[in-house]
Design a protein around this ligand. Structure first.
Ligand SMILES: Nc1ncnc2c1ncn2[C@@H]1O[C@H](COP(=O)(O)OP(=O)(O)O)[C@@H](O)[C@H]1O
Ligand SMILES: [Mg+2]
Length: 235
């Protein structure tokens, strides 16, 4: 006596391949790679496929979150994080992005000691951000005055608040963004004075203050003397 087997649905190999991935399955050659010869046989030709261009700049997760924060309504943003967590890098990236988007805009990066901003930001971070984030933007490094000029006329200035002459010159200018780097070294007085320079008028783009600092437990002067900058608030 023969036992009838139930009709088992047969898995289609083709279907399994198709549902494995979105878009053309990786196992099959693309139309560029596949050629049909006159005899009707498929000839699989190995044609070099152009490599997918990987973006040079890879943001960390938290840097992505910072960018989202920068695009919200607050006009003052403080980033607090451990040393080398990427705070300075991502703020300068945003300043450059705004410089590219707004021809003729001016941006300031200020730190307490000019020597420190020169050695860390000018010689390192700024170069890295330009190279990785804006490889196609033509940039002139005005070394005699320590500012950077983009081809659209936007400028990024560096300042050290310990350099009186330079600070006076900077205070005569108006900026679209100001970045107070390592705020724990900057007095509340300097913070309020510098804020008055956030006065460049560009339609539809409100001026913005960026501040970075190490975690409050580790910093000293700033968090006690200028607690106002710890609370992002609209200007
Ligand atoms: N997304 C990134 N891609 C490449 N290098 C980065 C990136 N973020 C930060 N860096 C580099 O890592 C180092 C630490 O970043 P930095 O912004 O100076 O940290 P922090 O200001 O938090 O101390 C620097 O050399 C900086 O150029
Ligand atoms: Mg830093």
């Amino acid at each position: 006596m023969s036992k009838e087997l139930p009709n088992k649905p047969r898995k289609s190999r083709k279907k399994a391949i198709q549902t494995d991935s979105i878009g053309p399955p990786a196992q099959l050659p693309s139309s560029d790679e596949m050629k049909i010869d006159p005899s009707g046989n498929e000839l699989i030709q190995s044609v070099a496929t152009p490599a997918i261009k990987k973006p040079l700049l890879q943001k960390t997760f938290i840097q992505g979150e910072a960018i989202k924060l920068f695009k919200k309504k607050a006009r003052e943003v403080l980033l607090v994080g451990g040393s080398r967590s990427g705070k300075t890098f991502i703020i300068i990236y945003r300043q450059l992005e705004l410089a590219v988007q707004n021809p003729g805009s001016r941006h300031l990066i200020a730190r307490y000691r000019f020597n420190h901003v020169k050695n860390s930001v000018w010689a390192d971070t700024l170069r890295k951000v330009v190279k990785l984030g804006f490889p196609d933007v033509k940039v002139s490094w005005r070394r005699s005055d320590y500012y950077l000029e983009l081809e659209n006329g936007s400028q990024i200035w560096l300042a050290g608040l310990d350099d009186k002459d330079r600070t006076e010159k900077i205070l005569g200018m108006e900026f679209l963004t100001v970045f107070l780097n390592e705020a724990s070294q900057i007095s509340y007085g300097a913070y309020t004075t510098i804020k008055t320079r956030l006065a460049q008028l560009i339609a539809g783009v409100p001026p913005m203050l960026f501040v970075d600092a190490n975690p409050p437990g580790k910093s000293t002067g700033c968090t006690r003397s200028s607690s106002g900058i710890l609370n992002p608030k609209p200007i």
